[in-house]
Structures are given as structure tokens and as C-alpha cells.
Ligand binder design. Structure first.
Ligand code: DLL
Length: 437
């Protein structure tokens, strides 16, 4: 395979040079951070006087972690490190508690962000000849505008369709010859189901690639989308606190996501002890954004669980790869004392051909015990009025799940299209158990 690079020099920088660049950028980031009320206090408290305290990368560990709670407490301007006149855009995520976290961007910050996204898109083999339909939410969410400007920088024709309305999506794909789409993996699966329902033939479309991210999904889900939609699917990782998309992305080798280390310092820590783990071990990803002027963030605890590849990628990029996110430290379910990640359930059901494209995990109290119900749609080839094969399928799902998660779940099968669909991030878990106070 011939690999293409957007910025070959940066993407293949020898490790020593890359790490030296990180260290000097870290010093500059610390200087900028002192300009924000939050970090001025936080760094001083930790006994950090200035950039001279950072002689090696290990000195990064002197900086205390930053959490989502810190960002909320600093709302609205406590993290801002430049005069308000210099900021030209904000993005925000409301999160589950409703208190927003806001990131501000100066002009240069937006240019840098677009360059990371452009580099990511180009690394998948796209070029300026591609027609890109951005089927993800625009607005305060970073997915829409983040990809929009990155794709324009590559020079693709960008269709800012946003999500929803599959009939309109198909119309646009046909009218303009869309070759690349971007959406959450759950929306891509929905699009595929609708394609069959609305009688759109694959041969009418010019699709060849899809970017899928913003929510966790398994390797089996990737394979399913690739098979059903006949496209190459590339995993895309990012978070609003670190700009949004364009933090880590799969290249043409489609095996792990290169984390752009000239833009970010990545550490993987044990979520309990918070000690940095040896390379290759799974833990919580902690990120420092190096070059953002308006809102510097140092050692941000993402809650996302992953590990570094220890081998070098065949594409020749020197930026390390992270593995598919297996879950978040805060999405682990404890069901009758057993720890389960929703991703373990997804892995089992999405590997089964007869299972449809949507599922839901329900956890509730049943007397003193917890009860787990896994609801899945069946594939279009299964007849809902023939009980025998349905019972056999239900039993097979139950047994395979039990073997994998050590919990005996209830399994419900639903008709295609019966479970709720989300245009953005899917809500896969409904946990109605009373929360401990
Ligand atoms: O989801 C940014 C984004 C937009 C990424 C479009 C990719 C594509 P937030 O709304 O702040 O930002 O959510 C960030 O989503 O901490 C992960 O838990 C999860 N997440 C994002 N990408 C992936 C992925 C955007 N590829 C949170 N795999 C992150 C698994 C992902 N989880």
C-alpha cells in the first residue's frame, strides 16, 4: 500500500525531535496557562513557578490533573488565558448534569485544529477530489464544524448536511456523488437500515469511505458497517476539551488511531492510583493540549480507557497509536456486584449476523437484585411471526452473553426499526436503579 501524508515532515518526525518539540511546547503552554485565573492558582498551589520547572517530560507529572469538574467550576471564563477580544469562537458540551463546559478558540487555535483534522482525513487516503457529506450535528457540538473546516482545508467538496432525515441524505448522496460520509457509528447503522427500507440501491451511490466516531463501538460493529454499506470505516477519536475531533485517527492501515503528538501529550494512567502505566497497559487516557492559546488545559482526565500500541505502524508515522476505546471509567455498570462495560455486550451481539443494527441495555431493580435486559432488533431476514427460530436466537444470545459477562441477562427481540434511534450519540444504556446517596 502507498501511504499519503498531509504534512510528511511533522507526521514522520523522528521520536527524539517530536519529544523535544513536545517539551518546548509544554513550557510555552505552562506560560500561557499562568494567564488563566484557574491555572494561575492551581500551578502556584503545586509549587510550580514557571517554564524553568520543566527540564524533562517527566516533570509534566508535577502538574495536578484537571477534571471535568474543574472546567465546570471555572465556568464561564475561569480557564480563559487571553483577552476576550482575541477569542472568535466557542464550543460547549452540556454533559449529563447540565452545567456546561466551554472551550474558547483564538484565530490560530481554529487554524491548528483544522490542520489536525485535515491531516487525519488525508491519512485515510482521501483527496481534494472527494465529496464529503458531514452527517453529524453542527452547532455547539464540535463534530460538525470541526470536520467541516478540516475537510475544506483538504479541498474536498463539503456537504454540510448534518444528521437526520435519511431520505434527504440519500438524495444528496445521489445528486452530488458523495464519496465519503461522517457520522456516529450508530447513525451509520441506521442509515444502512433505512437504505434497505427506502429501496436505495448501493450501485446508485459512489460511497467509498466513512469516518465513525464520537461514541464507542466495537470492531464487530465496524465490520458490520463495512460489509453492509460496502465502505472502509475509519475510527475517529476526540473530545471537546481537546478541541473536538482530530485528536486521534486511523490511517490507511486501519489498525489503531495515531494520536497527534505535536498537538497533545498523552499519558495513560491507572484510574485508581493515578500512576502513569508502562507502555502498552490499559488505563485512563490523560491529555495535555500543547498549542492552544485561548484555553490551555493541562493533564486532562478523559475517563476514556485505552492503551498504546508498542509496535510502529506500517504507514511510517511516528505518532503513537491508541487502541479503540473500550469504555469510560464512569460507564462501567455494576450488576449484582459484577462489573460490566456496555462495550462487552455490544461485542457479543454485533458479531451475530441475525441481530439487527440497534440495541439497548436496560438495568433496573427487581426486588433486592439488579436485572439486566438486553433488547436487540433482529435483522431484516428474520420473520417475527415464526416463534421457533426467534426462541432459538434469543437463547443463543443469552448463553453467549452469559459466557462473556458472567451475568444471565433477559433478552428481548424487536422488529427492525422498533428501538429508539438517535441522530447523534446513541443512548445505549438505561439504568433506572436508584442512585446511592
Ligand atoms: O465527541 C468529539 C468528536 C466529534 C469526536 C466527532 C469524533 C467525531 P465530546 O462530545 O466532548 O466530543 O465527547 C467526547 O466521546 O471522551 C469519548 O468518551 C467519546 N468518544 C469520542 N470519540 C470516540 C471514539 C466528541 N472514536 C467523548 N471511540 C470522549 C470511543 C469516543 N469513544
Amino acid at each position: 500500500m502507498t501511504y499519503q501524508y498531509w504534512d510528511k515532515e511533522t507526521e514522520t518526525l523522528p521520536r527524539g525531535d517530536l519529544e523535544a518539540f513536545q517539551l518546548s511546547s509544554l513550557r510555552a503552554a505552562v506560560v500561557r496557562a499562568f494567564g488563566s485565573p484557574f491555572y494561575a492558582a492551581r500551578l502556584a498551589e503545586a509549587g510550580i513557578g514557571g517554564p524553568e520547572d520543566f527540564r524533562t517530560q517527566a516533570d509534566l507529572r508535577r502538574i495536578p490533573f484537571t477534571t471535568k469538574g474543574d472546567l465546570r467550576a471555572a465556568f464561564p471564563y475561569g480557564m480563559l488565558a487571553v483577552p476576550k477580544d482575541e477569542i472568535i469562537r466557542l464550543h460547549a458540551s452540556s454533559g449529563t448534569t447540565g452545567v456546561p463546559t466551554t472551550i474558547y478558540f483564538a484565530k490560530k487555535d481554529l487554524e491548528r485544529w483544522s490542520s489536525y483534522v485535515a491531516r487525519s482525513i488525508y491519512s485515510t487516503g482521501c483527496t481534494r477530489s472527494d465529496v464529503f457529506q458531514n452527517m453529524i450535528t453542527y452547532g455547539l457540538f464540535t463534530g460538525g464544524l470541526g470536520f467541516h473546516y478540516g475537510a475544506e482545508e483538504v479541498g474536498m467538496l463539503v456537504i454540510p448536511s448534518g444528521p437526520g432525515n435519511t431520505a434527504r441524505q440519500f438524495r444528496l448522496m445521489k445528486d452530488f456523488g458523495t464519496t465519503v460520509v461522517h457520522a456516529t457509528p450508530s447513525f451509520l447503522l441506521h442509515v444502512q437500515s433505512k437504505m434497505e427500507e427506502e429501496g436505495v440501491a448501493r450501485s446508485e451511490l459512489a460511497l467509498r469511505k466513512a469516518f465513525a466516531g464520537a461514541e464507542p463501538y466495537s470492531e464487530d460493529t465496524r465490520r458490520r458497517i463495512e460489509k453492509l454499506l460496502a465502505v472502509d470505516v475509519y475510527n475517529s477519536y476526540g473530545l471537546s476539551e481537546m478541541n473536538g475531533p482530530g485528536v486521534a485517527f486511523e490511517c490507511q492501515a486501519k489498525d489503531g488511531m495515531h494520536l497527534w503528538e505535536d498537538g497533545y501529550i498523552a499519558e495513560i494512567v491507572d484510574p485508581d492510583t493515578l500512576e502513569v502505566l508502562p507502555e502498552g497497559e490499559t488505563g485512563e487516557l490523560v491529555l495535555t493540549i500543547l498549542c492552544r492559546e485561548a484555553t490551555p488545559i493541562l493533564r486532562y482526565r478523559t475517563r476514556d480507557l485505552t492503551s498504546f500500541y508498542t509496535e510502529v505502524c506500517p504507514c511510517g508515522r511516528t505518532h503513537r497509536r491508541i487502541r479503540r476505546i473500550t469504555g469510560r471509567t464512569d460507564d462501567m455498570l455494576i450488576i449484582n456486584g459484577v462489573n460490566v462495560f456496555p462495550s462487552q455486550i455490544e461485542e457479543v451481539i454485533m458479531a451475530m449476523g441475525e441481530v439487527g443494527n440497534n440495541y439497548l441495555i436496560v438495568v433496573e431493580k427487581d426486588g433486592a437484585l439488579d436485572r439486566l435486559t438486553v433488547k436487540t432488533e433482529v435483522g431484516p431476514d428474520i420473520f417475527m411471526d415464526d416463534a421457533r427460530p426467534l426462541n432459538a436466537l434469543r437463547e443463543r444470545i443469552r448463553k453467549t452473553l452469559q459466557a462473556s459477562i458472567s451475568i444471565n441477562p433477559h433478552v428481548e427481540l424487536h422488529e427492525p426499526g422498533a428501538l429508539p434511534v438517535s441522530e447523534g450519540k446513541a443512548k445505549r444504556v438505561v439504568d433506572s436503579r436508584p442512585k446511592d446517596v
